[in-house]
Design a protein around this ligand. Sequence first.
Ligand code: FES
Length: 359
Amino acid sequence: MAEHGNGESGAVVTAGEGESGTYAIDSPGLPPHRPRLSDVDEKAAKRSERQVATLFIISIIGTIVFMVGYFAIGRTSEEFGEYFDHMQWLRIQNTLLGVGSAFAMLGIGLGVVHWAKTLMPDHEIVEPRKPLRAEAERAEAAQMMGEIVEETQIKRRPLLRNTLIAAALLAPLPAVVMFRDLDRAYGEEFSPERMRHTIWDEGVRLVRDPTGTPIRASDLTVGSAMHVIPENLREISSHGERLSEKAKAVVLLMRMNPEDFEHTSPGREDWTYQGIIACSKVCTHVGCPVALYERHTHHLLCPCHQSTFDAAQEFKVVFGPAGRPLPQLPITVDDEGFLVARSDFTEPVGPTYWERGNA
Ligand code: FES
């Protein structure tokens, strides 16, 4: 028998070779144990078992929903794209991916928590600190592992064991299959030449995403900003190609007071319209979407590594790791008063690392 100080309360508790062999339960330093309903009523324990198994099954269903969203919806979108709106398919797919992975993780997490709270022993225990003795410690650890397995009741509750194994095996699959996306998108060959151009062209209207509504200058008030895409994106029939062209062509449009422009290079005098200015949304550092516009400073911030670009100075980098300004899209209005591009970007959009060795 040995006496040990209880650090927090300062009370002295007794521990030794008691009923558990290595630690004491219900020692004087701990509040008395109050049994739960599932400790004294086998029916309540069975009910808890079924609830935990149901949560594991929800996790399994979540994983299956994710897989269907990932593999089946992508194919369906390609095969029936001419009858259905691709953006609708994309929304359905994203919903299934999000809901599926959420239920896969939540189901297994809540199941384990519910299991621990209702079925596993909830005695508080005090274990004495002893000098380390390798052989004895190993034997004790092995014995302790055996006791833990026993306490989880996993051996005598096959429903729990089987649903847990199925859920635990399936839950990592969503993360694993997404590694597939690190391969070339939709089997397209990487081409530096394709990266030099976007589908913006003279007269292509700037439209809202995803509605495709064209934009008039009067739709933008001074200080406002919006994300726009080229109208001719809809003409691309291949779903994969449309997504990759959209990723390159997405643009941020904002309106400033014309007198706030601090610098305009020769040849760029007509690239803006009544204070409306447009730039690529793809950060020139490593390609995150630049998303935050601060109307008073005219600064655009990339949330990934805080590169900051000044819209008043042709999107020059004023802070952060980006190596060059955001490319500016020359714009004007057409005969009907809608904002249009004057041309494609005059320089490649996005990070410049892919250009190395290809110049
Ligand atoms: S990707 Fe924009 S700062 Fe790094």
